[in-house]
Design a protein around this ligand. Structure first.
Ligand code: BGC
Length: 530
């Protein structure tokens, strides 16, 4: 088994036959373009808000303050404006609402139509943003883009995890995150170019070029096949089996198909997916999914992704240098995601998260120390050498995030929920992610203004907490077939096993939560841990 490891040997001795077929790879590449749009939206707003023409048109108050060199010359506070933050954050607020509708469509219409709906939202949102001549239009466009993100982030990770053969599921799922990072970098590059356009329409081009990823996703959604899991879930058994044969490149799919049927039998019993999600037996996956999303955002990554240009200009970089540095961090983000694609199914999810925890903690503390000493409220004497050190540390931090919390925050929830709660679980995942993305987007500039360099200490404390969480509570899921997680991961985990109920598979149907685990599975099982 590549990379060796743990929790990979099938408990029941069954390995599903699966070839890595072109149709799987192509479908995954097309579906993953849903990430491009999310990434573009994340990356574009910071650069646009650093453009004087954009500020002058939509946020004249901020523009005047920036021109004057900051509020009462306070370096850390010059961009602190609720309206400006709302421009960034409104997208996430809309997205988190949309995801509940997306949960319904993913379950009842399928993964593929949900991606198509996302594409259409994106296209209309882009048109509104590009044509915006007042703040209302601008925000309305962001809201539609947010709906697109809600639908895409719901359907795409599920699609990828369901269609992928177990052995490379992690790698294929991370294509989503790879697209997110490419989208961010593309936006950074576009901003770098459009900021140079004199004539006041550079920002329009920045917002308009989001049309490219929007179209890619829409076309991709029209071309991909539906997942067998979704077809079976909706009672289209023959079709589901045929697709399974096609994507696995073999007629020998009986075992995997039997797993799907069983999963869908359980799924059919569920009348209220969200209520079902709250049952005791679904607690572990729910807690993990919610915690991963909160933690992912509390790494502080979006403080960098949204506001890198603003942050760099706060540190005294010129406009051009600030945008240029954002491009550098964007490139590091993309390249480091490749590390994750390569290693996630070999070394596993836990190793990546734990290594990254150390790296992120260290780099954030260094950044805080340098800023603490060198950038005070009213003076910044960040010499060239220190400025480079800060950029290098930010890159070290971004690299670690990119091979850990970035992709795994999306991968793990999409592969751990059983079919019966998968759509609802993913919806809660997306919702919590976007809620915390919103909070960071809305609060970061104010936090920077008040915490100053201490903001990086704040995030590093979170990194410490999340690493401990991973160490003790996150089971390894690499190489475990998706419909066998309950048996092979949760029921074996030293802590979470107590929430599973061997003899009571139907408990959720009757809503009987009183039957507790018999205790036999409470034991510590090293096979699910490092
Ligand atoms: C996160 C985004 C973040 C991006 C950075 C994603 O996984 O969900 O919030 O901006 O990674 O690459």
């Amino acid at each position: 088994m590549p990379g060796g490891g743990f929790a990979t040997a099938p408990a029941n001795g069954v390995e599903f036959e699966a070839k890595i077929t072109p149709i799987v790879i192509i479908s995954c590449i097309m579906a993953a373009t849903g990430g491009l749009m999310f990434g573009y939206d994340v990356g574009v707003s910071g650069g646009v808000t650093a453009m004087p023409d954009f500020l002058k048109k939509f946020f004249p108050v901020v523009h005047r303050r920036v021109e004057a060199g900051g509020d009462e010359n306070n370096n850390y506070c010059k961009y602190d404006n609720q309206g400006l933050q709302l421009f960034t954050s409104s997208l996430y607020l809309a997205g988190l609402t949309a995801t509940f509708f997306a949960s319904y469509t993913t379950r009842t219409l399928g993964r593929r139509p949900t991606m198509l709906i996302a594409g259409l939202f994106f296209i209309v949102g882009v048109v509104l943003n590009t044509a915006a001549h007042n703040l209302a239009m601008l925000i309305a466009g962001r809201i539609l883009l947010g709906c697109g993100v809600g639908f895409a982030n719901q359907a795409v990770p599920l699609f990828l995890s369901e269609i992928a053969p177990t052995k490379i599921r992690g790698g294929l799922n991370i294509l989503f995150q790879l697209n997110v990072t490419i989208g961010i970098l593309f936006a950074n590059l576009v901003n770098y170019g459009t900021a140079k356009i004199s004539g006041g329409w550079g920002w329009r081009l920045s917002l308009g070029l989001a049309g490219i990823p929007a179209l890619l996703l829409t076309v991709g959604a029209l071309l991909v096949t539906e997942t067998p899991n979704s077809l079976v879930e909706r009672g289209r058994l023959d079709e589901g089996k045929a697709v399974l044969r096609r994507i696995r490149g073999t007629d020998n799919v009986e075992l995997e198909f039997a797993d799907l049927l069983e999963a869908s039998r359980l799924a059919k019993e569920v009348k209220h997916p969200f209520r079902n999600l709250l049952q005791r037996r679904n607690r572990p996956q729910l807690v993990i999914a919610v915690a991963l999303q909160i933690f992912q955002q509390c790494t502080g990554i979006n403080a960098i992704m949204f506001y890198a240009p603003v942050l760099f200009s706060t540190l005294g970089f010129g406009n051009d240098a600030a945008l240029y540095s954002a491009v550098v961090t964007g490139a590091v983000n993309v390249l480091s995601t490749l590390v994750s694609i390569y290693s996630v199914d070999k070394v596993g999810r836990r190793v990546l998260l734990l290594e990254a925890g150390v790296q992120m903690f260290f780099s954030q503390v260094v950044i805080a120390i340098v800023l603490g000493i060198k950038v005070t409220d009213h003076s910044k004497n960040l010499s060239k050498g220190f400025a480079i050190l800060v950029v290098v540390m930010i890159c070290t931090y971004v690299a670690a995030f990119a091979w850990s919390w970035g992709p795994l925050g999306w991968l793990i929830p999409s592969e751990t929920f059983p079919l019966e709660t998968r759509s609802a679980g993913q919806s809660v995942t997306v919702c919590v992610n976007l809620l915390f993305t919103f909070i960071i987007a809305q609060a970061f500039l104010s936090m920077l203004c008040h915490f100053k360099f201490g903001i990086f200490i704040f995030f590093s404390a979170w990194v410490l907490v999340m690493s401990l969480f991973v160490m003790f509570l996150l089971p390894e899921t690499k190489n475990v077939p998706i419909e066998e997680m309950t048996e092979r991961v949760w029921k074996k985990h030293w802590f979470w096993a107590r929430f599973m109920n061997d003899h009571n598979d139907q408990a959720f149907v009757s809503g009987d939560e009183t039957k507790k685990s018999n205790g036999k599975s409470n034991g510590f099982d090293p096979s699910t841990r490092l």
